[in-house]
Design a protein around this ligand. Sequence first.
Ligand SMILES: [Zn+2]
Length: 149
Amino acid sequence: MTRGIYFLNKGTIKIVYIRKGILLYTIGSNENVQFQLLEALLEEIDLKFNEMYAVDVILSYGKVGETVFKDFTSKVNEIIEKAEELINPVDVFCRVCKRTLPILVKKSLIKNATSYPVPVVFVHAGHAVVVYVDQNFVMRGVELVNMNG
Ligand SMILES: [Zn+2]
């Protein structure tokens, strides 16, 4: 199955896409929301969507009416209300900003990691830091990184 995750930063909006086979999930927010939170929400939406619907069977009918998935809207709102359960804030002191920043880390990222600490890059205010997070969501190190793209 083709899988992919795409991030888009467009002016004051952020968009994340997750492609999973023939499905494409997308979520957007203002620039203040961290990508890890958006990604965590999409992962949960994908999980619940596939729990609720036999997607392969439904889509095999060919023509699918837009009302088929309409009950899912309330599920999405439920997922957003419980967003805090999907992420953990990690306090990180940024030497450039000279203040402590709460960096949000997806619980699934730490849970599914194959080695620790897990590096997470946090881009903010025109610079980036890499934060090393252990299995207990404690910061084990932070470094300023150079960016190129
Ligand atoms: Zn900073």
